[in-house]
Design a protein around this ligand. Structure first.
Ligand code: PRP
Length: 184
C-alpha cells in the first residue's frame, strides 16, 4: 500500500514540536492582548494555515474572532511567481480591531506584505503576523514577523497544511519532500 510517508525524505517538525510551538505562541499572543479592550481577530490565510490556526486559537483563552482569506502566490510548481491574487476577501468590518494574520509559512514575504497593507487599508488598529514556519533564506521583501514558530532551511516542505499539487496537506507533521516527487 502506497502511503504519503513514502514520499517524505525526513520529518522536519514533528507533532510534539508543533504542539509545543502552538502552546508557546498562543501564550505569547494571550500575554500581548489580555489587557486590551480592542477586538482581536485572527485572519487565516487559506488553505495551508487552517490546521495551525485551529490548533492555535483553541489555546487562546480570550475572545477572539476567526476570519478567512484566500490568496495565491504560487502556481502548481515550487517557486514563487511574485503575483498575488485575492480570491476570497473578508466579509466583515475590521475597523479598530487588532488583527493577527495566521500563516503556515513565510517564504518570499510577498503574500504577507500584500495582506498587511490590505488589512491596514481596511482600518485595522494593528496588523501583526504569526507564522508556524519561517524560511528567511528565501525572503525577497523585508517583513517583520511578530510570532514565529520555527525557522527552517530552504527545503521543499509539505504537511500540516502545506501541499505539493494539493497533496500532503493531511500529514500530521511537516516533512521534507523527496526531490524525485517534484522533479518528475
Ligand atoms: C503559501 C503560504 C503563504 C505563501 C507564502 O500559500 O500559505 O500564504 O504561500 O509564500 P510567500 O512568502 O512567498 O508569499 P499558497 O499560495 O501555497 O496557498 P495554499 O496555502 O492554499 O497552498
Amino acid at each position: 500500500m502506497y502511503q504519503m510517508r513514502d514520499d517524505i525524505q525526513s520529518i522536519l517538525v514533528d507533532e510534539n514540536t508543533i504542539s509545543d510551538i502552538c502552546d508557546r505562541l498562543a501564550a505569547k499572543i494571550t500575554q500581548d492582548h489580555r489587557d486590551s479592550n480592542r477586538e482581536l481577530i485572527l485572519v487565516t490565510v487559506l488553505k495551508g494555515s487552517v490546521f495551525f490556526a485551529t490548533d492555535l486559537i483553541r489555546r487562546i483563552p480570550l475572545p477572539c474572532g476567526l476570519e478567512f482569506m484566500k490568496v495565491s502566490s504560487y502556481g502548481s510548481g515550487t517557486s514563487t511567481s511574485g503575483f498575488i491574487q485575492v480570491h476570497l476577501d473578508l466579509k466583515r468590518d475590521i475597523t479598530g480591531a487588532d488583527v493577527i494574520i495566521i500563516e503556515d509559512i513565510i517564504d518570499s514575504g510577498r503574500t504577507l506584505q500584500k495582506l498587511k497593507h490590505l488589512l491596514e487599508d481596511k482600518g485595522a488598529n494593528s496588523v501583526k503576523c504569526c507564522t508556524l514556519l519561517d524560511k528567511p533564506d528565501r525572503r525577497q521583501v523585508e517583513m517583520q514577523v511578530d510570532y514565529v514558530g520555527t525557522v527552517i532551511p530552504d527545503e521543499f516542505v509539505v504537511g500540516y497544511g502545506l501541499d505539493f499539487d494539493e497533496k500532503y496537506r493531511n500529514l500530521p507533521y511537516v516533512g521534507i519532500l523527496k526531490p524525485s516527487v517534484y522533479q518528475k
